[in-house]
Structures are given as structure tokens and as C-alpha cells.
Design a protein around this ligand. Sequence first.
Ligand code: NAP
Length: 343
Amino acid sequence: MANIEKVIIIGSGPAGWTAAIYAARANLSPLVLAGRPKSVPSLVLPGGQLMLTTEVENYPGFPQGVTGPSLMAALEQQAVRFGTRIVTDDGLSPDVSNPDDGHTAKYHDCKAVDFSSRPFKVIGEDDTTYQAHSVVVATGATANWIGLESEQRLALSGGGVSACAVCDGAMPMFRDKELAVVGGGDSAIEEATYLTKFASKVYIIHRRNELRASKIMARRAMDNPKVEVLWNKVVDEVLGDERITGLRLKDTKTGELGERAVSGLFVAIGHTPATQFLAGQLELNEKGYIKLKDSYRTTTSVEGVFAAGDVADSVYRQAITAAAMGCKSAIDAERWLADQGIQ
Ligand code: NAP
């Protein structure tokens, strides 16, 4: 019979890597299917949403801040140091201390699971079936799009529409140009503020007359002379054939249409949990997030399957809260395995 893993961790954001660090240090020799970013196809590295972030200023222990990719690389190295194995095209566990090795290997996605019987089955993107006594799901959430054909066409062709300012904003096509960010939450504010480094002006297009973002971040953006908020507006159409030339905006109060010339559009309107591959296997809430049996724990509707990070948390969604849940999930898995007599 094929090898049965003690614990498989699906996902590689702060939750997944922290679960791996704790599980590895508990001698569970975790196996990680790290996956790849979905919202930004050009990115190949695992590490979740933090791979799309520049400065993380609120992760404790970094008084000067730390970049998202550096933080994720450090967590990955720490997990591997204690015996975590990562599934890649080149076999298990690339040398992550060497970026030329660890980061050229293609990390594998999980495409399906079968939690209906034990051992649990986790199916990789190449159809390999892995068996496990316990599973931690830490697949996070991916960026939402407005849903316009013109938006998708120009996003896919590299025509100046993106869901990640931090990944794409520094490109020459956006330098000294007028750009737009859609959304009114912390992400929109963060992206707009970031884009002011390159752009001549950044419009924040928000569908209401009040931002959802935290006051301190909103103030930082509003105080920036390059930022202007266009209140009560939605994007009705992205204009341009091969490159974005502007936006047709609709006033949400009056229905009035107007045009605004911009050379880039950055969509920052929230996220969707990466749970499609779990359909029918775990209980999800109405927004698709994994339902925890007890909000204090990481237990799910299936005994032996645990969830950590943004995939099960639509409220806090912070790197530190995801890492904390990753820690809890590994401890929950370890105790559950011990109760089953699996050491
Ligand atoms: P969010 O808080 O859910 O905000 C999404 C924004 O997009 C809202 O303003 C929403 O409008 C708007 N929106 C949603 N669908 C839309 C549509 N179809 N058309 C136009 N606008 C639409 O998402 P987020 O900004 O990504 O933040 C998610 C979480 O991460 C939050 O908890 C946030 O605090 C956190 N975060 C923290 C930081 C940081 O601290 N550095 C940075 C980024 C994110 P309404 O307001 O009208 O609903």
C-alpha cells in the first residue's frame, strides 16, 4: 500500500508554512502541496497573497517592515529546515536556501480531495494521489474581478489591466501616467498609495461615498496630492482595443455615464476563498469560506481535516492571524493523530 502521510498541508501562505513549521517540529514530517498564485498568472512562486505585497509593516518582529516575498521565503526555509517536504516537478523539497534552485522548481497545486473515507486522499495537479491520516487546508483566497469582458481581455493581453499593483505597477507603461484603482477597502488604498510612486495621478473609483478602508490608511491616501477619489462610481466599461485608454464610469446615484482617460486599471475589490476543489467534501459558508466547527479551533466538518488562514477567515485576513491559525491547525492535527494512536 502506498505511503500514508501523517499530515498533508495544502497551501503555502503564512498559514500553510506556519502549520508546516509546527508539524515538522512535532516530527510529523509534513508534506506540502504549495500551489501557485491564481490571480496573477505571471507569478510562479508559492506563498499566497503576501507574494503580491511589498512592505508588510504590521507583522510583529519587523520594526522596519519586511517585504511579503522575503517573509514567505523565510517561513518556507524555516519549515524545510525542520523536515517539511514540498511536492515539486523535480521531486520533493527543493533547496529553498538557494533561490536559484528552490524558486525554479514548479510547486504543485492540489486539484481535488476525497475526505469521504480514511486515509484521506489528496490529488495533485499531475493526478498523483497522496494519502494522509490528517490534512490542513490553508489555500487562502484570490483576487476578485469586476466581471467585464473588456476588463478580462485587457488583463489577459497585458493591456494595462491588473489585479495587483504591487506586481505590475512599476512597469514602464504606467510611469508618469494617470491610473485608476477600483475599490474602497484597505487593498485599494494600499495599491493607490503604492502607485503614486510611479504615476502622475491615481484615481480611486469607489461605488459608495464612504471608504471601507481603515481610517489610518485612508488618511494616508487622502493626504497624498496625487490621489483623487471618484465617489459613487463603478466601471461600466474599460476602453481601448490593445491597450487601455480610459474608463466609462457610471454614477451609482444618478446612473449618469462619463469617461475618464487612464493608462492603467488596478482592480482591488476583495477576494474569493480558494475552496472550489473542496466542493462536497467540507462544509463551506455562503461565501465559500470553510466553516470551522468551533471558532476557537481549526476543526472542520470532517474529523482529521483542519483549516487555517484566509480560507476559513473572512474577518481578520491578516498575515499574523493566518500564521496563528496555521500554528493552531498543526497542534490540532498533532493531538488528533495522537488520539487516533498515530504517532
Ligand atoms: P474588502 O475590505 O472586502 O474591500 C473590497 C472593496 O471593493 C469594498 O470597498 C467594496 O465596496 C468594493 N467592491 C466589491 N465588489 C465590487 C464591485 N463589483 N465593484 C466595485 N467595487 C466593489 O477587500 P480588501 O480591500 O481586499 O481587504 C480585505 C481584507 O484585507 C480587509 O480585512 C483588509 O483590512 C485587509 N487588508 C489589510 C491591509 C493592511 O493592513 N496593510 C492591506 C490590504 C488588505 P463596498 O465598500 O461598497 O462594499
